[in-house]
Design a protein. Structure first.
Length: 262
């Protein structure tokens, strides 16, 4: 049994989740079952109370489905989630999106009134021969980009279903790349959506010192935006006698002009 060193050592949350899960029933979780399992795993109540919320959130996550590279279900399942008649919103964070069928399905979803937001890697979005992001912007998708490497491979559907982690490319889904995709539901979806929304807010907020960013937020036709200092946050509050550290801004709105479109 794993035991952290020291009389008051903090249990790492991932390890606590792993150890507690070994003592839980397979299906339903009766009241207090997680606390009981924590005790059985050797976690003292005084220690567990500090991590109970995080552990419970992770244990409430369910793997609804999964597939590996080369599985022919990959395309069909993603299409199913995109094309759900009751779909209201799709949020995608993707390193590389070039899969023509998925792009067409996203365009159809946009035409049907679904809100589609994407955060993409700028270098990949501007890659030679890649017009997918331009096509989606023209179809009504809201797009932001990262000037730093953005390696997310995530899609969130109505805040309820999370699909990760293959690029939405033909080779990414069907090629021999030794990757896999998990379809998740539960609390983890909310946590990923909160992080997506945080990045989106950072990308779309107006920065006091950025006139070019303000222009990009109000009209098309801007040239590529440089990295800039991010907006002020509580930790950025100046301390007397201490110079405030500047951070590079890497998230921005994406325009057709930036991608080379018209």
């Amino acid at each position: 049994m794993y035991k952290p060193k020291g009389p008051s050592a903090q249990w790492p949350v991932p390890k606590a989740v792993s150890e507690i899960a070994k003592h839980l029933p397979e299906f339903e979780l009766p009241p207090d079952s997680i606390s009981i399992a924590a005790t059985q795993a050797g976690i003292r109540p005084k220690s567990f109370r500090y991590i109970r919320k995080q552990v419970t959130e992770r244990l409430q996550t369910a793997v609804a489905d999964f597939w590996f590279n080369g599985d022919k279900r990959a395309e069909a399942e993603i299409v199913k989630y995109i094309s759900d008649p009751g779909r209201k919103s799709i949020k995608i964070g993707m390193f590389l999106l070039t899969h023509k069928l998925l792009v067409e399905k996203l365009k159809s979803a946009l035409a049907a009134g679904v809100e589609v937001k994407l955060i993409v890697d700028l270098c990949q979005a501007r890659g030679k021969g890649n017009s997918s992001i331009e096509d989606l912007i023209q179809a009504g998708a809201q797009v932001c980009h990262s000037t730093a490497t953005f390696h997310w491979k995530v899609a969130i559907f109505d805040g309820q279903i999370l699909i990760r982690s293959q690029n939405w490319t033909k080779s990414g889904l069907l090629g021999p790349n030794f990757e896999c995709t998990l379809v998740l539901s539960g609390t983890i979806v909310t946590l990923f959506e909160q992080e997506f929304d945080r990045m989106w807010t950072t990308a779309t907020q107006d920065h006091p010192s950025s006139k070019r960013l303000k222009t990009a937020l109000t009209r098309e036709g801007t040239e590529p935006l440089p990295e800039e200092e991010s907006s002020h946050s509580p930790e950025d509050t100046p301390v007397p006698g201490k110079k405030r550290k500047k951070r590079k801004r890497t998230l921005f709105p994406t325009t057709l002009a930036l991608l080379g479109g018209h």
